[in-house]
Design a protein around this ligand. Structure first.
Ligand code: HEM
Length: 279
């Protein structure tokens, strides 16, 4: 048993640092908590801005996981790829839970600071585009808004040309003897991935296998979890938007809800969903 009195200096945390605290040096909390430059006097704007910033941070983590997964798949390290995909599903759940404070905004509440956003829109989020590119939703035109920001533009340009997680999965399936067509394996990586009937047949065969505990079924299910959670983010965003602004046009210049509806219905990793009808 210790003879040290509770609260005595011996067991209390250190208080004395020459410069900033080691916590600050690592976390940069002072930087993070001074990035909230509000544009209106409305008390509801703070949570709108911070939720958006929190989501940007989650996008950053998820991009990191999916790049880790893509690199691991390329070197046939399935355990490392699975670990990164699995972590990303927990992160996607946290990302999606972040909708809570904004999910029930009324139009009047949103109007209180909406005009202060000017033409600002999440549509201009470069990190969200990198997520989409890693999922196979490539689009060169999504680089255009970032022409004036060299670093961001450079990162997006690189991501546009690189294989998505799904491209790496399909290459791995081909290396394992599955009949992924050459046209898919050698596709123009800067284009959006389009569903292929042959790839659907590959997933059908994987999922029809007698042993459901194979590595490839587990990989398919991890990707399906990711796809489902991405679909949920898009649909939660759609519903929050519908509640906050009805059918008004978006600050980014789109038709608003009707534009988002078209994007939210699409599934990433398309054949992983359609193959299920044939198993
Ligand atoms: C309830 C508040 C929100 C409303 C009313 C709203 C509204 C919209 C609208 C109308 C669009 C279509 C483009 C436009 O014309 O602006 C859009 C796109 C987008 N928003 Fe939001 N948004 C909200 C919150 C957020 C938050 C918190 C994020 C987090 C970063 C976000 C990220 C995005 C992204 C990434 C897109 C592009 C989607 C795509 O390209 O498919 N939004 N938003």
């Amino acid at each position: 048993m210790s003879d040290v009195t509770p609260g005595a200096p011996e067991e209390a945390p250190h208080l004395d640092f020459a410069g900033t605290t080691p916590y600050e040096d690592y976390v940069q909390a002072d930087v993070l908590t001074h990035l909230q430059h509000l544009r209106s006097d409305d008390p509801g704007e703070m949570v709108f801005l911070v939720t958006t910033q929190v989501m940007e941070l989650w996008f950053t983590v998820i991009v990191h996981e999916w790049e880790t997964a893509a690199h691991a798949l390329r070197r046939d390290d399935l355990p490392a790829a699975m670990a990164a995909l699995k972590r990303s599903t927990y992160e996607l759940e946290s990302l999606n839970a972040s909708w809570r404070p904004l999910a029930q905004l009324t139009p009047a509440q949103f109007n209180a600071y909406r005009s202060a956003l000017g033409e600002g829109s999440g549509f201009q989020s470069a990190m969200y585009r990198r997520m989409e590119f890693l999922l196979g939703d490539k689009s060169a035109s999504m680089l255009v808004p970032h022409r004036g920001a060299p670093r961001v533009h450079g990162e997006l340009e690189k991501a546009l040309q690189e294989p998505s997680v799904y491209d790496e999965v399909l290459s791995l399936l081909a290396r394992r003897g599955h009949a992924v067509p050459d046209a898919v394996l050698n596709r123009d990586l800067a284009q959006k991935y389009e569903a292929s009937p042959e790839v659907e047949a590959v997933w059908t065969a994987v999922y029809a296998a007698a042993d459901q505990d194979t590595e490839l079924v587990r990989l398919g299910e991890a990707l399906t979890d990711v796809g489902e959670l991405v679909w949920r983010w898009r649909n939660d965003h759609l519903v929050a938007t519908r509640r906050a602004m009805g059918s008004k046009v978006g600050t980014g210049g789109s038709a608003g809800v009707s534009w988002l509806e078209k994007r939210a219905t699409k599934n990433v990793f398309p054949e992983l969903w359609t193959a299920r009808s044939h198993v």
